[in-house]
Design a protein around this ligand. Structure first.
Ligand SMILES: [Zn+2]
Length: 229
């Protein structure tokens, strides 16, 4: 749905499939939507499942959606981004981008910890990953957002497995369906996404940026610009 398409061949293969980046996230969304539908769960807020393209070309699909939303923009209370979540190791630790920026951080923690998942803040803040996937367009529109993926502690064998994946398969034709996937980690992640979406949808309050978050500055600007868009 949203990867590089065809490109320079590597080992004779020029199709960049993007099974992890980001078909894994798309699969999670489809699973979550199907589970919610089949369970007949009634939530207080509705959940919009948005699958965009053009992320790799500069977050284009999410930029278009935020400029032309299919529901009133003021009714979008929060954004959970499930881009590539990399289930190549067991899900024991979750790396969270935007953990300290809004009350979605504590909400995610309250859902993850009972599942035996430990929360880890972004171990590489210097890469500015929080503004490098589709959540950034929602952030710029003032919408509290969070992004979370399977993580590992630096220096562990799991971190080495993750690093090897990034070196060998990231943005390469071998990011395909033949690579090993930790299916238990993927299933656990799906469950986490479902519980977090339900918690956000059923809570009284809308998610809020923290007072000291850098990204809170966009709230005012986006509501002032609202009338012009
Ligand atoms: Zn990518």
């Amino acid at each position: 749905m949203d990867h590089l398409g065809v490109g320079e061949p590597i080992n004779g293969d020029h199709i960049y499939n993007g099974a992890m980046d980001n078909a894994s996230g798309v699969a999670t969304m489809l699973d979550t939507a199907a589970t919610l539908h089949e369970s007949g769960t009634k939530l207080r807020r509705s959940i919009l499942f948005l699958i965009v393209t053009g992320e790799e070309k500069g977050l284009l699909g999410s930029r278009y959606f935020v400029a032309h939303p299919t529901v009133p923009r003021s009714s979008i209370v929060g954004d959970l981004n499930v881009d590539m979540f990399l289930p190549v190791i067991p899900l024991k630790i979750l790396t969270v981008l935007g953990l300290k920026d809004s009350d979605l951080g504590p909400l995610l923690r309250s859902v993850a910890e009972p599942m035996g998942i430990e929360i880890q803040d972004d171990p590489e803040p210097e890469r500015n990953l929080f503004i490098r996937s589709d959540q950034y367009n929602f952030i710029k529109a003032g919408v509290p957002s969070i992004y979370f993926k399977v993580g590992a502690r630096a220096g562990t064998p799991e971190a080495a497995t993750e690093k090897r994946w990034l070196t060998e398969h990231y943005h390469a034709p071998s990011d395909d369906t033949k690579q090993p996937v930790d299916l238990a980690a993927a299933a656990k992640y799906d469950e986490l996404v479902l519980h977090l979406a339900e918690a956000m949808a059923d809570r009284d309050e809308r998610p809020q940026w923290n007072q000291d978050s850098f990204f809170r500055r966009y709230v005012k600007r986006s509501s002032a610009a609202h009338g012009r868009m």
